[in-house]
Design a protein around this ligand. Sequence first.
Ligand code: AMP
Length: 615
Amino acid sequence: MGKININIKSGSIERKKVAVGIDLGTTNSLVAYVEDGGNNSQIIPIRGRYTVPSIIHFNDDNLPIVGEWAKEHLSDTPERTVYSIKRLLGKSYSDLEGDSKKIGYRIIDEGEDQLVKVEIAGKFYNPIELSSLILKELKQQAEEYLNADIEQAVITVPAYFNDSQRQATRDAGKLAGLNILRIINEPTAASLAYGLGQEDGKTILVYDLGGGTFDVSLLIIEDGVFEVLSTAGDTNLGGDDLDNNIIEHWRQNCLKNENLSLKQIQNLRIKAEEAKKYLSQNKEEYSLSWEGVEIKLSFEKFKELSNEWIQKTLKLVDRAIKDASITINEIDEIILVGGSTRHPEIKKNLVEKFPGIHVNSEVNPDEVVALGAAIEADVITSKRTDVLLLDVTPLSLGIETAGGLMDFLIPRNSKVPTRLAREYTTSVDGQINMKIAVYQGERELIAQNRKLGEFILSDIPAMPAGLPKIQIQFALNTDGLLNVTAQELRSGVKQSIEIQPSYGLTDQEVENMLRAGLENAQSDVEERLLLEAKNEAEQLIYAAQRFLDKNSKFLNSEEIIATNQRIADLKSLIIVTDRHKIHQGIEALNEYTRPFAERVMDVAVKKALKGSNIN
Ligand code: AMP
């Protein structure tokens, strides 16, 4: 039974407020919470299930459906069904390295450095909004189940996620209407679920083998904070590979290499997974009559088929240990995460490899990350009366970027001391000065945040736009002093300032800024996405005009007129407020001019080849 809260002043019934932990996974997502006054975290069932497939289907009216129902459309309308969106989060097209080819929906390539977008039925979606749809479903369904409001959440990310992937996860949370208390590493969450975190100096190895990915992380607890010593892994290694090995074995030995239809293979894959789970319970043999043929798998054969697969993961474990510069004896605990760690040979191999070290596998490996995230959410919110915690920064710190947007470098609630660096570049050819303006606050637009100071990085050597590498580093020390350094890495030109972010701010003002940030979070992210689309359009217009100026001799007059028309169309779209329309204009101009760029490139290559002729 749920509790009812009555507001004594007004006499009205108030809904409970619950802070949750969310494991936003590549294939499945989970949400958990700690009951009021309780110690244990528990998974919140969503539509009757503990895990929600991280899949979004857009129906004929372009309305999103998330989870189990969306999964059913993976085979009938793959072009309208988005899965594995976590693999695209915070990534530019050049980061994808061929990942996009394995995906059934359409990914837009709009230049190397732009963040990727997904096109579904003529509409353009950013991975942040797609992830936010999953989070929204989790939030809404969990609210319904608990009969409570969920406003605050801790979300987990892989330990190897970079800054932009973490920021994208945070934005997805904001867009879903959640106040993101903290983004924490998945292995850290798993350690918290095992009650680790109290003992300083403890070294923990987290072995996470899921359906499609393998991650191993080494963590050390220092001053109550988890630090990542090293990570290793393979984004294409998981339980699915073992299923494939089993299918291959059956094809060769039971099915006499017969040609199978796609449907038959899909069905066989379900059976392979079934056999795997059955044999994982230490059974001797799995057998089944499949389309009139007897297919079998003994435990011995299963072990043999698994061996190479397990060894691959152990090699990566060795790499992580080497990268952490520690020895096996220094590891205190091992934690198993991910459904595939139910395979008994995995634990057996780890116990043999690490004699005397406890291999923790008591908590459900599918749920352990979400359960740990819920504990973190509970810890943070139970301390909520002291808004200004001494050891964390109460407000985010960042700099101004194109279009008056705030780029957050140190998110609020970060432990101090902390240090973070990010690379930027110029937007205009020959730019020799760059203004670095430092802000504090939670809003997406700098105009609504508090300016802390600014300086100019001058004497940048003149280079084409996009070529300079300007690294901006924020270092916040335990005294609350922020040191901001900007350096052009190619030339070494450097400038810095020191600021005291808390100077002149009362607790009340900090609280007001936090509140304004929370109240406007959702609309702020929407506005940010619109401004980013406008910036992208402006950059493309600039590049297209420059291209026409330089290369018009390679184009006929019809092509020049048509390009100019598309540039003009895009210019007129910049003033609209529908970012889908802006993206359509970008795509139209990009698609039309792409062959011209190739044409110019061909001419340049031919010229270069001629030049290298020794005759
Ligand atoms: P996850 O991505 O963590 O949900 O892991 C899912 C993977 O775990 C899939 O490849 C499942 O086939 C695998 N899995 C689930 N249960 C078992 C089991 N009892 N034995 C072996 N693999 C399992």
